[in-house]
Write a protein that binds this ligand. Structure first.
Ligand SMILES: Cc1ncc(COP(=O)(O)O)c(C=O)c1O
Length: 348
């Protein structure tokens, strides 16, 4: 133990949401898509298996890059792929943030950014969201050694968004690059991909885990200007995406009709869940993602999480000291949502 770096000994480590591997639970705790991915994904993975796995995969996942580039209206060298977008966030943090530096993130948001700063021996500075989930000018204030800022958009746990115009302002004022984490953006009305063309200070990350229903496959990517991508390439593992995930992810992004159909279903169910929670007295926030954030002003919510869990429905209980707590509930199928709501009706 004494040989371990002090930064690692001192940190807690990121704790992922519960992932029960057995039994039947209604799983609404880690924002997975409740539907199976496009059938084209299974076929593509089957073909890749038939071709054999004895060779290393394409280190840059070019098949995927080309399709994604076409969709985004950029050249493939604007894209770098990763083993889930968490891998991309790790690569970016390692590339920009060193020992003793400062990494900025909003709070409450995705806790992994803080863990990544700690791994680097850097300090994470959390800037609190306003009560309406907007960001005030503290987020854009220059500071010595500030090397990177993260902004999930839509944010988790709130599902709220900062407008592209405000993001443009934030990036212009910051003394460092801004990563806009768009893991949930396919469920939203807008996105920031176009801003990457305006400035090398804005980078956008995306995930296939949520909107393409591929959390188990592990595939994500970043869009940034080519000189940035060139540097990030040096930081990544040589073969950070395996042959099966490249085949599956490429087939998934090729099936935009599947995506459109899935988006429509998830958005409609999100409306149902939001209305149902509000009818139960929760102060549910309007969401642009595939989950909704539910504080309650008069009922303690932690016992509700526990009772739901005992009844086989897993949601995420989040408690942010100085901010408040709530239930973050992923948008499941209409049946799953109904199961959750009817249990809650008997509790509040
Ligand atoms: C805001 C945010 N960014 C990134 C991720 C990571 O996604 P991936 O599965 O692509 O690693 C998550 C996962 O929950 C998330 O909530």
């Amino acid at each position: 133990m004494s040989y371990i770096r002090p930064e690692i000994l001192a940190m807690q480590g990121y704790v992922p949401g519960e992932q029960p591997q057995e039994g039947s639970v209604v799983k609404l705790n880690t924002n997975e898509n409740p539907y199976p991915s496009s059938p084209a994904v299974q076929r593509a993975i089957g073909r890749a298996i038939q071709m054999g796995l004895q060779k290393y995969p394409d280190p840059m996942a070019n098949a995927f890059r080309q399709r994604a580039a076409q969709l985004l209206g950029v050249e493939p060298n604007w894209i770098l792929c990763g083993n889930g977008s968490d891998d991309i966030l790790t690569i970016v943090t390692r590339a920009f943030v060193g020992q003793g530096d400062l990494l900025r993130l909003p709070h409450p948001s995705y806790i992994l950014y803080k863990t990544l700063a700690q791994l680097q021996g850097a300090t994470a500075e959390e800037v609190y969201f306003q009560k309406d989930w907007s960001l005030d000018d503290d987020f854009l204030r220059p500071k010595p050694r500030l090397k990177l800022a993260y902004l999930p958009n839509p944010n988790s746990p709130s599902g709220t968004m900062i407008s592209p115009q405000r993001i443009r302002e934030i990036a212009a004022a910051l003394p460092c690059p801004l990563v806009v984490d768009e893991a949930y953006v396919d469920f939203a009305d807008t996105n920031c991909a176009a801003l990457v063309k305006e400035t090398d200070k804005i980078m956008v990350t995306r995930s296939l885990s949520k909107s393409y229903a591929l959390a188990g496959l592990r595939f994500g990517y970043i869009v940034a200007q080519p000189p940035v991508i060139e540097q990030l390439e040096k930081v990544k593992d040589s073969y950070n995406c395996d042959a099966l995930s490249i085949a599956g992810a490429t087939a998934a992004i090729d099936d935009q009709a599947w995506l459109a159909d899935n988006q429509a279903k998830v958005r409609a169910s999100r409306d149902r869940l939001t209305a149902g929670m509000r009818a139960l007295g929760f102060a549910t926030v309007d969401s642009q993602a595939n989950f909704v954030w539910n504080p309650h002003h008069s009922v303690p919510v932690k016992p509700l999480y526990e009772q739901l869990k005992a009844a086989g429905v897993l949601v995420r209980y989040m408690d942010y000291p100085g901010w408040g707590d709530g239930l973050r509930i992923s948008v499941g199928t209409n049946d799953q949502i109904e199961t959750c709501l009817s249990l809650l009706r008997g509790m509040v």
